[in-house]
Design a protein around this ligand. Sequence first.
Ligand code: PBE
Length: 267
Amino acid sequence: ENEETNNANEIEEIVGIDPGSGTMDMAERTMDTYDLDINLRSSSEAAMVAELEEAIGNQEPIVVTFWEPHWAFNEYDLEFLEDPQEAMGQSENIHTMVREGLEDEDDSAYQLLDNFHWEIEDMNEVMLQAREDDVEFREAAAEWIESNRDEVDAWLEDIEPVENETIELAYVNWETETASTNVVALVLEELGYDVELTTVEMGVAFQSLADGDVDGMLIAWLPVGAASYYEQFEDEIVDLGPNLEGAQQGFVVPGYMDIDSIEDLQD
Ligand code: PBE
């Protein structure tokens, strides 16, 4: 039974995430590259994961858009479909971006945002902590900071504390971005900032940063995922470069499926 249902012919759609996300943009471009004649259905991170879990429970075929780091890769046997045409790039870095003028107007925040850099394992730790202990990301971020004090102190080195200053960060409500943004928010609070966090869609985050309505964001996966937004706004924002390297996005299937490559989804 499984063998039949796992056949690529049974796949009529790819379960995506939020419209307007880098992931969906990249998925659409990838489907064009491979000339896939199946539907890309939008959803959300949480709904996509729930659907994936249900399919795994029933050993049913499913293809989703997904990315690493994510706790689901710890919990389930998941595989990225090979992408021989490299439509999704070889790997992704997550960039920190700030508004024009922040460096001159708010040097301490600028320096901290510029210094912030961590590893895949760090981001994973925060996400897993939040999930396993069922705590808010702010609490998981605080625990990560406590166990990585030396690294955090290195980001803070030589930065002047502030008083009565507010800083606003925009992020999208995805677990990866919620993890990094909460860590940075707590460290900015250590410097004395009153930190405001705003969750928006990705396009709104870029637009707000270009308009100077928010000060910074830690959410842009490049060179592929956020490429369209980056091209649109790069002259109006300041890109501080990667805060994390070696992430990955792609089409993902449970390990029990007998599909290995995006090419297997072509008719
Ligand atoms: N991500 C992870 C996606 C959604 C969550 C950041 C790779 C994106 O940028 O669209």
